[in-house]
Design a protein around this ligand. Structure first.
Ligand code: ATP
Ligand code: MG
Length: 233
């Protein structure tokens, strides 16, 4: 590849990042607005439902109906919370942290470390926001768990768009992703899962950008997927 081609590729990738950033910001604002408008009336509905519940005596069959209403409101509230969390742009608090230690903790917290393969010999230090990085790696892990039965995590040094940094890759033995789907999966609210919200990967993208990094995927239908988070050091 000659210098012009390399430059062309970099400009294209920068432009794509910028478009994604603007799209994320616009969507964040819209979803925050909607979530906000829905939260109050939903609180009022829940309040009335609770009053209604109190007015029935213990044996009343109608209690079950009201309890179902409250359960649904509860699950709508969770979606709203998730949307608000997604659209909030929290300040990035970068510290020096050991990414290998962080991954170890994340794996431990899943409660099923036997299916997650990660070997690291030495601590690898990056400058990053611990909460955000944890969330991003967790989201990749969650998707991998939903896709397959075994997961491999790897941390290695490398170069991306001329910048030195770290690649954190999460590979699974799931079904992989259709070629048509690959360009859509990072879009906010794109999901193919019944109970999915479609924001897991958008958050990963947001976190990557907040660190001056990127995220990409290599996957073929039937062959599993590898997501790579790049963090410049
Ligand atoms: N490891 C993977 N293997 C196969 N498909 C994947 C994988 N990770 C993501 N996808 C595809 O990308 C889509 C978007 O993923 P994303 O994490 O953004 O949302 P979600 O998992 O559907 O919902 P949420 O993360 O909000 O609960 C998924 O619905 C799935 O189709
Ligand atoms: Mg997900």
């Amino acid at each position: 590849m000659d210098a012009f081609q390399t430059l062309g590729k970099e400009i294209k990738s920068l432009r794509e990042q910028l478009i994604m950033k603007e799209r994320l910001a616009a969507l964040g604002e819209v979803s925050a607005g909607i979530a906000h408008e829905f939260r109050n009336p939903m609180g009022v509905i829940a309040g009335y439902a609770r009053l209604l519940l109190k007015s029935f005596d213990e044996t009343d069959k109608r209690r079950e109906i009201v309890q179902s209403i409250l359960k649904e409101i509860e699950s709508m509230n969770r979606v709203m919370e998730e949307l608000l969390r997604f659209s909030r742009s929290e300040p990035v608090n970068k510290v020096n942290l050991s990414i290998t230690k962080l991954i170890g903790e994340i794996i431990h917290d899943t409660g099923e470390p036997e299916h997650i393969h990660f070997t690291s010999n030495e601590p690898v230090i990056v400058r990053g926001d611990e909460t955000l990085l944890k969330q991003a790696i967790n989201n990749l892990l969650q998707n991998a768990k939903e896709a397959g039965s075994e997961i491999w995590i790897n941390v290695e040094k490398g170069i991306s768009s001329g910048k030195e940094g770290l690649f954190i890759s999460v590979r699974d033995n799931g079904d992989g992703i259709e070629a048509d789907d690959i360009e859509k999966i990072f879009m906010p609210f794109y999901t193919r899962k019944a109970g999915g919200l479609g924001i897991g990967l958008s958050i990963v993208q947001k976190v990557a950008m907040a660190h001056g990094g990127t995220v990409d995927v290599e996957s073929r239908k039937g062959e599993g997927s590898t997501f790579r988070l790049f963090l410049p050091v």
